[in-house]
Ligand binder design. Structure first.
Ligand SMILES: [Zn+2]
Length: 354
């Protein structure tokens, strides 16, 4: 080895030592390959694990009976009527999936999102049914207005000559009503996804005021305006009719701002925080977990799911291996909870691996 190379190697190792704050042996004493020689050995030293306990299955519910509308861009995902929703939940729960996350598709939309907080709204009906059929299954409800608004935005829209704005504070009242109606129907956890400022505090206050002080809030704390949501908009029929969501969701370029969003939500009473999307935002997951140490959820969104499904169907990638590796990466980054459309499949794979 040339002198310069040797010096460079030495410096690199010194850097590593400094990073670890303790002396590290050097080659040939240190041979990292030694502990990779057999499956059992690799299992023994594995640092991160995937478990069915971490999985949450998102489900889309709409009115009717025996309805299973396939989402073309998300193979294996359907809009389900409540009876079919229960079947899907039973299948996931039987494989050990502890929780589902519900999204509603109402029959009618208006500019007050009244379906979002109707006592007999589609999500409220679905929650009551699931809690009756599967009392042990955790039912998390997505709290937002966009699926119920005729214009598809997450808050009340004020139209002016120069364009439309989303009114933050008036929207909080509607979001609180929606969250409270979910809790009244029996939801175990409410998950506000709208990204309005102050929504966690508004929802916490509304829940506490109505005797639901034990209902946890999982906030979509760092939710980015992302092109990865494309297939979801078809699934939830929630695409905005004009404009986009860049005034409420975060700019993909911002990480420090994500930490501020999370800090705010925790200060307002969030019990769990979420980063969405997941795979392209592993640095955010890592920083959120390191900074706050709160239960952290990663939402592996529709686009992530669809890309793997499509490439898998073409035989370009190994769908199962890529799915598992991606979820493991989210865990390694710091996620405790994995929200994925592949939850039932993953639960099946994990069971077979045991
Ligand atoms: Zn929304």
């Amino acid at each position: 080895m040339f002198q310069a190379d040797r010096m460079r190697t030495k410096h690199r190792l010194l850097d590593l030592n400094r990073m670890n704050q303790k002396p590290l042996p050097q080659y040939p004493a240190l041979r990292p390959r030694r502990i990779r020689q057999s499956p059992a050995l690799r299992r023994l030293v594995r640092e991160t694990h995937l478990s069915v306990d971490q999985l949450v299955l998102p489900l889309f519910v709409r009115s009717g009976k025996k309805v299973r509308n396939p989402i073309a861009s998300m193979p294996g995902v359907f809009q389900l009527s409540p009876d079919e929703l229960a079947r899907e939940a039973i299948r996931a729960h039987a494989l050990g999936v502890p929780a589902v996350l519900l999204f509603g598709i109402p029959d009618r939309k208006d500019d007050r999102a009244s379906g979002a907080y109707a006592k007999n709204g589609i999500v409220q009906q679905a929650v009551r049914l699931l809690k009756k059929e599967l009392p042990d299954l955790l039912v998390i409800t997505d709290v937002c207005l966009c699926e119920y608004m005729s214009h598809g935005h997450c808050g009340i829209v004020h139209r002016e000559k120069r364009g439309a704005t989303i009114l933050n504070d008036p929207s909080l009242k509607l979001l609180s009503r929606a969250a409270l109606s979910h809790a009244e129907a029996g939801a175990d956890i409410v998950a506000p996804s709208d990204m309005m400022d102050g929504r966690v505090l508004a929802i916490r206050t509304a829940l506490d005021g109505a005797g639901f002080s034990d209902t946890p809030i999982m906030s979509y704390a760092a939710k980015f305006a992302s092109a990865y949501y494309g297939p979801f908009r078809e699934a939830a029929e929630s695409a905005p009719k004009f404009g986009d969501r860049r005034s409420s969701q975060m700019d993909a370029a911002n990480a420090n701002e994500a930490l501020r969003e999370v800090a705010l939500d925790i200060a307002e009473g969030a019990d769990m925080v979420m980063v969405k999307p997941a795979l392209a935002y592993l640095d955010i997951i890592h920083r959120v977990k390191t900074e706050f140490g709160y239960p952290t959820a990663a939402y592996s969104v529709s686009g992530e799911y669809s890309m793997v499904k499509a490439a898998g169907a073409k035989g370009w990638i190994d769908e199962r291996a890529v799915t598992m590796e991606s979820l493991l990466a989210m865990r390694r980054a710091g996620a405790d909870i994995l929200i994925t459309y592949a939850a039932t499949e993953v639960a099946g794979w994990l069971k077979n691996d045991r």
